[in-house]
Design a protein around this ligand. Structure first.
Ligand code: C5P
Length: 235
């Protein structure tokens, strides 16, 4: 599987809205898409099968976090859906991540990419210390959780593009970084805080950028996608 690409976050509430969006792309142009909790819980596994049948690669962003045995069994179900990338919370422990990997691996040895969420970008240092009673800094937590994910045999982590360099330094350049928080240089931030452009994300070391509103809410989403691909993939 090609290890650098633009993933479109299909944050739509229904099958109709999602397929209508994907229909805008020309025949043969099949972007890598991310399906999140909202769409998956609304439409169920059939939306994954439908999008897969149209020829797209899929990152199923369900962020599993439970006891190892439950996560293992859930991953077995997701693996049978033939998705290309799934994720768990690194906070679920190394044992949980190892169980996830085991459940995900098919009898023939193949499996989707498995990545871990380190610290959600919505969690502040203050909340970590005062509410979750985690005394370490956010950056130390991200590095440690990335190391745990690597130790468990995972392929990489989801992190801010601004953290990708730090993760690569600690875990090696083959360890994947999947980074949301991408905005074009001439656009607004929406509710994102730690953002950067596609070109800068490439320079810092992102392998996959996850882009939602800059593409889905653009007047011409196909043109916005192509701009993103050009900025991120061409040198
Ligand atoms: O619209 P936007 O480009 O901000 O969308 C980014 C996508 O990445 C959304 O689906 C959002 O939920 C997801 N995401 C994020 N920050 C994280 C993890 C996931 O923005 N730390």
């Amino acid at each position: 599987m090609k290890n650098r690409d633009v993933i479109i976050a299909c944050d739509f509430a229904s099958r109709e809205a999602t397929l209508e969006f994907l229909d805008r792309f020309p025949e043969g142009r099949k972007p890598f898409v991310k399906i999140g909790m909202e769409l998956f819980y609304a439409e169920g596994p059939s939306i994954v099968r439908d999008i897969k049948a149209r020829g797209h690669r899929i990152f199923l962003d369900l962020k599993l976090h439970d006891i190892p045995n439950t996560v293992k069994k859930a991953m077995r179900v997701l693996s049978a859906l033939d998705v290309d990338m799934v994720n768990v919370h690194a906070a679920g422990t190394v044992a949980m991540m190892q169980a996830a990997l085991e459940g995900l691996t098919r009898p023939d040895g193949t499996r989707p990419l498995l990545i871990a969420v380190t610290q959600l970008t919505s969690t502040s240092q203050e909340v970590m210390q005062n509410e979750l009673l985690i005394g370490a800094t956010i950056n130390d937590t991200i590095v440690k959780y990335a190391q745990n994910a690597r130790e468990a045999g995972l392929d990489g982590v989801v992190c801010s593009p601004l953290e990708a360099g730090m993760v690569k330094e600690t875990c090696g350049k083959e360890f994947l970084t999947v980074t949301p928080g991408i905005r074009f240089a001439d656009a607004g931030k929406d509710d994102q805080v730690r953002i950067t452009t596609p070109a800068r994300a490439r320079e810092i070391g992102s392998d996959f950028i996850v882009v939602g509103r800059p593409i889905t809410a653009a007047p011409d989403p196909v043109a916005a996608y192509e701009r993103c691909v050009k900025e991120f993939l061409s040198f």
